[in-house]
Design a protein around this ligand. Structure first.
Ligand SMILES: *[C@@H]1O[C@H](CO)[C@@H](O)[C@H](O)[C@H]1NC(C)=O
Ligand SMILES: *[C@@H]1O[C@H](CO)[C@@H](O)[C@H](O)[C@H]1NC(C)=O
Ligand SMILES: *[C@@H]1O[C@H](CO)[C@@H](O)[C@H](O)[C@H]1NC(C)=O
Ligand SMILES: *[C@@H]1O[C@H](CO)[C@@H](O)[C@H](O)[C@H]1NC(C)=O
Ligand SMILES: *[C@@H]1O[C@H](CO)[C@@H](O)[C@H](O)[C@H]1NC(C)=O
Ligand SMILES: *[C@@H]1O[C@H](CO)[C@@H](O)[C@H](O)[C@H]1NC(C)=O
Length: 521
């Protein structure tokens, strides 16, 4: 009888353990909308989620798989083996080879994102914000906030449109900030288990400060660094930080301006402010750096470039070689557009080796921007692969964080006042009060949910050449995370070797993204 009692109790314990494990997990409500894979549909009462992830005890590993075939963070578990098979591909974790530490992952609270989120019912809004920011969500900790309007706005404005207002007496946040972005950022912050790392970028200075007298087109600040336009433009950043601080939103970092190269293109179609690297260097040294240092936000990080890596290494060399500018700068921000034109090693790699004291940070990326592959594609696995490929390449070249563009767009990829429609990991359908999580939402998740702040990249060595793309990290608690992308269309077995625990045999199915994680003590 006692035996029976004991085994019944054991069964109960095991049952409870099972229930605990699956708590908060929900399956994807998959919809095929005509592309190569599916979207997951969410509404006010239901959204798929893997819940908060706790790793199994030493000797076991967790796996999460997403694939073109339709898996979405599908959870699995297995036993770590004492002996390897010795056959086929082996990925060996090399903890002694230590690289950069992760800052975080996230997206941008553009006017368009805010409009789309607020177009849903209160319940569905909450669900959407939870997906990104809550502990059961995908762990976003970075939010980029455009300062005033950009193309993903419904009108053109800055915070100081009164001509000649050099003292910024008429500086005011816009209704877009006060009524939409700020309340949403506060809600995101309330859901997040840690302080969000907010990142500010300006697209254009007020027209009256500019050579072309307009927010769009080819133009830069009038005068020279050290002059009154450049000084006012630095103060504009300080005012922005002060105004947001009134709403308890403090910025971790600001960039020296979105895509300064765009402001050198004749008839550029939306908001831009041209800087050369020399002008950016001198503006930071003479105006922005000293203004920030003297402000009530002196610890705000300054990230230069905020533009495509094809401008590296030249741009960063010009700016960072100058000690007067360099002392105010913390990092180099890159956008992903046209990454294929410039290998990561000759751009990111070179800058890391020349200036190891500055970090590299991804500040913008989106799918569907190219004229050849435009707009929203609901269920595109190809785009999930574009994201994962770029993130792995960046992480393997010293990048400490990666920020997606609009957190949410509508089904046409907007609103965008110049019809520069693109894709987003979350597409809302306000009419049905639902949102679709695109395949590339899960690409973000495979990294953002597992690579907490402070996770350190370590070496991963492959026993033979392979088409697999991979990156490995040790988290602050000592657990290991390995992310593996298979863009090919055949299945390969492989095994992972971690001297601290043993061997894991795994498979990366065709067209899949896999996160493996295990405890080491
Ligand atoms: C939300 O979606 C779930 C799962 O598809 C469904 O059961 C539920 O009825 C939906 N709720 C609403 C309010 O539409
Ligand atoms: C591991 O390999 C060793 C040496 O080949 C062998 O003696 C041992 O039995 C193996 N252990 C397991 C669990 O297979
Ligand atoms: C600018 O601010 C001043 C003082 O606050 C006010 O009197 C003036 O009307 C404002 N000008 C504009 C164009 O808003
Ligand atoms: C301000 O935000 C922080 C988190 O960033 C929070 O801990 C604090 O309670 C907030 N204060 C107020 C007054 O809302
Ligand atoms: C720029 O726009 C102006 C006015 O619309 C036009 O005349 C000119 O040809 C355009 N220049 C280029 C290079 O497209
Ligand atoms: C990746 O997918 C391809 C195509 O299905 C397959 O041949 C290969 O074995 C997979 N890779 C791994 C490591 O499983």
């Amino acid at each position: 009888f006692l035996d029976k009692m004991a085994s019944a109790l054991l069964a109960l314990v095991l049952l409870t353990a099972e229930v605990t494990l699956s708590k908060g997990t929900n399956q994807c409500v998959a919809r095929n909308l005509g592309h190569d894979s599916v979207v997951c549909e969410c509404n006010s009462t239901y959204c798929d989620s893997v819940g908060s992830v706790a790793l199994p005890p030493l000797g076991q590993y967790s796996s999460y798989l997403s694939s073109m075939a339709g898996s979405r963070l599908e959870a699995g578990r297995g036993r770590v083996r004492v002996n390897g098979t010795g056959a086929g591909l082996r990925l060996t974790v090399v903890p002694d080879q230590k690289y950069q530490k992760i800052r975080g992952f996230g997206g941008a609270m553009t006017d368009a994102a805010a409009i789309n989120i607020l177009s849903l019912s209160a319940g569905t809004q909450e669900q959407l914000l939870r997906q990104y920011f809550s502990p059961e969500g995908i762990g976003y900790s970075v939010v980029r906030v455009p300062m005033a309007s950009c193309d993903f706005s419904t009108r053109l404005y800055t915070y100081a449109d009164t001509p000649g207002d050099y003292d910024l007496d008429n500086f005011t946040l816009a209704p877009e900030d006060v009524k939409m972005k700020i309340p949403l950022l506060q809600r995101a912050q309330a859901l997040s288990p840690r302080p969000l790392a907010l990142l500010a970028s300006a697209w254009s200075a007020p027209a009256w400060m500019k050579t072309n007298g307009a927010l769009i087109g080819k133009g830069s600040l009038r005068g020279r660094p050290g002059g009154k336009e450049h000084k006012t433009w630095a103060q504009y950043y300080i005012r922005f930080l002060e105004e947001y601080a009134k709403y308890n939103l403090t910025f971790w970092a600001l960039t020296t301006g979105n895509e300064p190269s765009a402001g050198h293109i004749t008839n550029y179609s939306f908001q831009a402010l041209g800087f050369t690297p020399e002008e950016q260097r001198d503006w930071v040294a003479l105006d922005l750096g000293p203004a920030l240092h003297a402000s009530s936000h002196p610890r705000t990080h300054v990230l230069i470039l905020d533009d495509n890596r094809l401008l590296l290494p030249h741009w960063a060399k010009v700016v960072l070689n100058d000690i007067h500018a360099g002392r105010f700068i913390h990092g180099v921000a890159v956008h992903w557009y046209m990454d294929w034109l410039v290998p990561a090693e000759t751009s990111l790699g070179v800058i890391h080796h020349l200036y190891p004291e500055y970090y590299l940070f991804g500040t913008e990326a989106c799918a569907g921007w190219s004229p050849l592959d435009r707009g929203v594609k609901l269920g595109s696995w190809d785009r999930a692969e574009q994201y994962a490929h770029d993130i792995i390449g960046d992480l393997n070249h010293h990048v400490v964080g990666w920020t997606d563009w609009n957190l949410a767009l509508d089904q046409s990829g907007g609103p965008n006042w110049v019809k520069n429609f693109v894709d987003s990991p979350v597409i809302v359908d306000a009419q049905r009060d639902v949102f679709y999580k695109q395949p590339h939402f899960y690409s973000m998740a495979h990294f953002s949910k597992f690579l907490w702040e402070g996770s350190q990249r370590v070496g991963v060595s492959a026993s033979q050449t392979t088409e697999l793309e991979y990156t490995g990290f040790i988290r602050p608690d000592g657990s290991v995370v390995l992310i593996v992308l298979n863009r090919s269309s055949s299945v390969i077995q492989f095994e992972v070797r971690d001297l601290a625990v043993g061997f894991i045999s795994s498979t990366a199915p065709a067209r899949s993204l896999l996160t493996l994680a295990w405890n080491t003590h």
